[in-house]
Design a protein. Structure first.
Length: 117
């Protein structure tokens, strides 16, 4: 039987949560990780793809609009995304407007994934 393990992880900033995220990626039984609170700006979203060589992902910043309309000050916040094993890349389709996706299973259909924070 084919199965996938999907977990959620609140990073509380990519710098604080990096080691825990690396541990999750190193666990061979975990296939998809939904991350919250990465606190990355748009220009740094690529950092999630460098966490582990077996994982790739997609994320959005919660700060995009604020950074376009005012001078940034204070602590960063928000941000959600998905990381998945590269072996699943041809089965994952990411939604264009939100952090959502679907995983095509070989015989049983689709699993829809939605990331809200």
């Amino acid at each position: 039987m084919l199965w996938y393990c999907y977990v959620g992880y609140n990073l509380h900033d990519i710098n604080n949560g990096r080691s825990g995220l690396l541990d999750l990626c190193s666990n061979a039984n975990i296939h998809i990780i939904a991350v919250q609170e990465h606190w990355l700006h748009d220009s740094n979203l690529h950092l999630l793809n460098s966490i582990h060589p077996d994982f790739v992902g997609f994320s959005i910043s919660s700060m995009s609009e604020r950074l376009c309309t005012e001078v940034y000050y204070g602590r960063p916040y928000g941000g959600v995304g998905f990381l998945w094993r590269k072996t699943l890349t041809n089965r994952i389709k990411i939604g264009a407007r939100a952090v959502s996706g679907r995983l095509r299973l070989a015989l049983t259909g689709l699993i829809y994934l939605l990331q809200l924070h």
